[in-house]
Design a protein around this ligand. Sequence first.
Ligand SMILES: Nc1ncnc2c1ncn2[C@@H]1O[C@H](COP(=O)(O)OP(=O)(O)OP(=O)(O)O)[C@@H](O)[C@H]1O
Length: 226
Amino acid sequence: MEPVVSIRHLNHAFGKGQLRKPVLKDISLDLNPGEIVILMGPSGSGKTTLLTLIGALRSQQEGSLKFLDQELLGAPKKKLVKLRQQIGFIFQSHNLLDCLTAQENVRMSLKLHKHLTLEERTRRAIAILESVGLGEHINYYPANLSGGQKQRVAIARALVSYPKLVLADEPTAALDSKTGRDAVEIMRKLAQEEGCTVMLVTHDNRILDMADRILQMEDGQLLPSD
Ligand SMILES: Nc1ncnc2c1ncn2[C@@H]1O[C@H](COP(=O)(O)OP(=O)(O)OP(=O)(O)O)[C@@H](O)[C@H]1O
């Protein structure tokens, strides 16, 4: 099977001239369909930078990065926007809109899918909120949900459009142990059902056993995995 993400000799640096600081050094990596990959490593080792490059959220400088067999390096903005729409993002702070209910927050991420009617978008938003255990809370505003519930809304929002790839940066950092594991379990279940690949950056040792593969990053390099 073709990898969902294929990276070869990726380098990235911040700053210019004497202040130039290499942050990613010669990264090569494949992410396969349906796998859950955890990326770990010390603070400042480059994990978030790698995640944002894979998500086409920052421009790539050197090396090859393919998403669904399409090269991101030098790709026009329009193409990057299109590719980005096929990726679900989950961040530490859930980034829900406070003025929208759970259902509206989830439904909003389907707005780009112009072929879906409002009824269809609503039906899918409700179905996925039910599958993350929030069927009773679809009309709640974020202010009236717990941290774990908000993160589950964020997971539902990332997965409702059936993305091929979900990128999550510290999704359990603000959650207690059980709620954090529950959130990852939901991600894993939905990912398996939809055959989507999940890459998760975390410092959270409590969820390591839930990954198919663990990658270690140190000083901008991926350590060889055993
Ligand atoms: N926009 C930026 N401009 C300059 N330097 C940056 C920028 N973003 C990140 N860096 C630097 O790049 C390095 C890697 O940062 P990155 O956020 O990728 O690390 P990380 O492994 O995700 O860290 P953490 O676990 O603390 O989130 C750090 O030294 C950071 O200071």
